[in-house]
Structures are given as C-alpha cells and as structure tokens.
Write a protein that binds this ligand. Sequence first.
Ligand code: AKB
Length: 329
Amino acid sequence: MGHGLVHALAKDHAHTYDVLALDIKEIAAELRPHCLATIAGDILDRHLLERLVSEYEIHAIFHLAALLSTRSEFTPETAHEVNVTGTLNLLKLAVEQARWHGKPVKFLFPSSIAVYGIASLDEKRRAGRVSEAQFLMPTTMYGCNKLYCEHLGRYFAHHYRQLAEDFVPTRVGVDFRSIRFPGLISAFTLPSGGTSDYLPEMLHAAAQGVAYDCFVREDTRIPFMAMPDAIDALLALMDAPAEKLSTHVYNIGAFAPSAREFAELVRGAFPKSEVRFAPDMRRQAIVDSWPEDCADEVAKRDWGFHPKYDLKRAFSEYLLPNVRERYAH
Ligand code: AKB
C-alpha cells in the first residue's frame, strides 16, 4: 500500500503535500524522486520521532505500519508493540505537531475487518453485510490492536489530556480518520503475514505456474478490494471536508467472492495452474470469524466512497494484465 500511496500522492497531490517517507527498511529507489525525504527507521524509536517533530512541519500522517493477523499470532507481544505502541507514538507526534503549527493534523489509520469477531458460521451467514457497530469481538491480537487503536484515535481527537488546565475540547489537534479495510489484492506486491492472503497468493502462484494449496475451505467468503481502490479510498477520506464526516471509522467494500469462485477465475485465466484446497483449521477459524461482507453506506454518504473495480473488472483490467506482465520475463 505504501508504494501505491507515494505514487498516487506524487500524481494527484504534489502541489499540496511534500512526502516524508518512513519505513523500517530502506525506501525503494524508484520511490525516492517522489519524496522530500526518506528515512529508514522504527516508529518505536521515540528519539527519531522527536527529531522529526523538530525538523519537519507535518500536516497529515498515513500510518501504514502493522504486523498482520497471522504473523501477529506467532509473536503477539511484538505485534502489540508495533501495532499499538507504534500507533500511540505517532498520535503523540500528531498532537505535538498540531500544537506547534496550530493546525489540526490529519491522521489516516488503516483499520481492518479483523476488528470483527462472529461466533459461528451460521451467525456469519445470517449476518451477511455487517455494519460498523456490530460484532466488535476480535479473536486475534491484530484485531484487538486495530479496535483499540480506533478508540485511541477517537480519544486523541477529542479527549487527550482532558483534565489538563489548558485543555480545550475543540483544539486537541488530531483529525483522526480510519478505514476498516477488507482483504487487499495487489498485482505488484504479495502480502505477508495476513490471513486474507490466500486470494493474492493463489493468483500470483498461478501466474508463475506454481501449484498452490489454499489454506482455507472452498466456501470461505470475506470481502476483498483491488489495491488501487484502497489507495483511492485513503486519499478520498483524507480530502473529505471534516464537517462532512459523521464518524471516525468507516467500513468499505468492493467484492466478496468465495475462495472457489476466485479459484475458477484463476483456473480460467491460467488453465495449466494447479489450485488445491488444503485448509489450515486454525487460520480457517480466524477467517470464519470475519464477516462475509461489510455495509459501506456511511462511507458512500459521508465522503462519496465508490470502488472502481468490482470482481470482474478487478480481474480483467487490473490483476490479470499486470501479473502477466510481472511474471512474463
Ligand atoms: C490480514 O489478513 O491480516 C489483513 C487484514 C484483513 O487486515 N490483510
């Protein structure tokens, strides 16, 4: 998502924002021309963040760093550090920046469908498209982190240090905006450490002519989105006038195929591909606790969210041409 976002910012927002890119590893060379500065550093490094506060005037933060759901189950404490303490550090940076330059700092926080926890498959089928206030009983460390950070963002936006002498409710300074992303599928990057990774893994394996054992059942269904729509959604929410936003956290969706339906598309595009189903019951349980789909009417009403790609278009116009190109050589 970081790659696509830097490109999109350079394309559509170059006249408004300079980009300061911070990542745990060196920023890719092809991104550097689009950035005012690039830093290889850790959001847990408070000294680094203090340095950024003094060296740069920051008006918007896209906080994309996170350990995803499967990876977090192997190192829950580390996940908590990165996903929660990392977020807390950046929210504090936003407050300090707002204090310093006197304007609210927009804080874009990618949350996830992992905040949901539905107790059984029957209930999941009955629930269908869930809305933002339902089933907030996450079953993973990652889901707990994301839900807590949604609350942290709301706290920093309205209540931070509310007992301090100089507390003024309307001038805390953090303009917190969050999207609960479904599974994301990119033609250019393979996800790592997520539990929704089975669809992008299936596609990229088939494009390389490699057999793929899908770790969920064929009837598994959760919402997904093509990466360009996810990036457009982040930018659309950032650009939305604050007075139009009725809440801080939004569901969005695009398509929700079963694993079987997607496998049929993959087999149709790559007839020699071998897609098998070999469910991992513990990862299956995580995906079964996530909704079949999400109701996104509030996002449509408040900031005009609308995905460009339904499943058919995502496959034929974005995924296939680009993965074919990527693995052609
Ligand atoms: C994951 O699988 O952990 C993520 C997510 C759904 O947020 N892709």
